[in-house]
Design a protein around this ligand. Structure first.
Ligand code: DI6
Ligand code: FE
Length: 403
């Protein structure tokens, strides 16, 4: 097998263990074989046996190289937009007021159901491409705007089809996102319906993980638990939208089911953080939603640090609470709004985002892992968090293939 060699760069490997460092390698070389990293280290230390097999060389021109970015929480497949609700909120209405009045998620459900599969794909693709332009090589996409078997299947098929692009798409079934209008006042009946949808969607190969929105405007912990039990029966991992608007103990519940992640967490308690640490669940922080909803309650980052809960950062790309398609901007907001360090923020969109998706083959630059990496026109990794709205992306390498 031939080897391609990338040199002329500094590499932020993001390998854990080196304390609060980025795992920086100066004057690095990255050897790629069959879409995987065969070797990474200082250029002068490249083993001769590998050097002899190099068939193609790439000069990175002094770029900083990081792992491909991972956006581990998005709802990017949806129809329409909610600019009008943005205007209503600017006029004084709250996100919860709008949801209770039948707007919010319900209005996106209407637009999503009305869109054909091709239309939905056409509307979603520019959002995905924007993320890819920020160096994203893996993206998680949730369903949750279809809310019936047929419509959820449509959304998940669109999400899967977006994987034709040079990006790895992971799909999450979020049937328990909101109550569809035909089930108004019958949340328990709708949960029964979700329990019927899940095995069918799983059988169609459309589900990598299962999520729920556990909140006073969505589903209770008891209802969430029924969904988690169903996921467990199918051997599917779970995640949870937890403690976004109130502390309902969702994190403890998710931890009992070994959740890959709990997401949002503005109202997370210490008990919740401890439970997550014990279960090995990642905390996915979503500064875009915090910002867009003008939230004032910052997630308890100190508690997460104290209990050594891995912190991930994501766009939460969705039409209602975070119409955001820039993961780089989330780095800045995670630092500015939540006081993450730039190192924590970058780990949050690489190493820890991989944990939040249960993916062990990416998120750091190390031998044997996927050769997904990004060349940036910066010197210091902190520059990626520092800039606002400036994109220093130079090139993405996806499974060893320069794009
Ligand atoms: N939490 C969120 O932030 C999004 N979904 C969720 O469960 C918001 C979805 C929307 O408003 O359309
Ligand atoms: Fe979300």
């Amino acid at each position: 097998m031939s080897i391609e060699l990338w040199t002329g760069c500094r590499a932020a490997t993001m390998q854990a263990g080196a304390g609060a460092s980025y795992g920086l390698v100066e004057d690095a070389a990255i050897a790629v074989e069959a879409g995987r990293i065969a070797w990474i280290g200082g250029r002068n230390e490249l083993p001769a046996a590998l050097r002899d097999r190099v068939t193609q060389r790439h000069d990175c021109g002094g770029a900083l190289v990081t792992p491909g970015l991972i956006d581990c929480h998005t709802h990017l497949v949806y129809g329409g937009d909610r600019a009008h609700e943005f205007e209503l909120r600017l006029g004084g209405a709250s996100y919860e007021d709008i949801a209770r009045a039948g707007g919010g998620i319900a209005s996106t459900v209407k637009a999503t159901r009305a869109a054909s599969e091709a239309e939905l794909r056409a509307q979603s693709l520019p959002r995905l491409r924007a993320l890819m332009g920020d160096g994203v090589t893996t993206v998680e996409i949730k369903s949750g705007y279809g809310l019936s078997l047929e419509q959820e299947a449509k959304c998940l098929r669109v999400a899967r089809s977006l994987g034709d692009e040079p990006v790895d798409v992971r799909t999450t079934f979020l049937g328990a996102h909101a109550l569809p209008p035909e089930f108004a006042g019958r949340a328990d009946d709708y949960i029964e319906e979700v329990l019927r949808m899940l095995p069918a969607l799983h059988q169609q190969g459309l589900v990598d993980a299962v999520d729920a929105f556990c909140e006073r405007i969505a589903f209770s912990t008891a209802q969430t638990e029924r969904v988690f039990e169903a996921a467990r029966r199918l051997g599917l991992p779970v995640k949870l939208h937890a403690e976004q608007l109130s502390d309902s103990g969702g994190a403890q519940l998710a931890a009992r089911y070994g959740a890959l992640s709990c997401d949002h967490l503005e109202w997370l308690s210490e008990e919740g953080a401890a439970a997550m640490a014990q279960a090995g669940s990642a905390a996915v922080l979503l500064p875009g939603a915090f910002y867009f909803l003008r939230d004032t309650r910052v997630p308890p980052v100190d508690l997460l640090r104290k209990h050594a809960v891995p912190i991930a950062v994501s766009t939460d790309c969705n039409p209602g609470s975070s119409p955001c398609t820039s993961l780089l901007l989330m780095l800045n907001m995670a630092c500015t709004l939540f006081r993450l360090t730039p190192q924590e923020a970058l780990a949050g969109v690489t190493r820890n985002a991989a944990l939040a998706l249960g993916l062990k083959d990416r998120g750091v630059l190390a031998p044997g892992l996927r050769a997904d990496f990004v060349l940036w026109n910066v010197q210091q990794p902190a520059q990626l968090s520092y800039a606002m709205g400036f994109n220093p992306h130079r090139q993405t390498v996806f499974e060893g293939r320069p794009l």
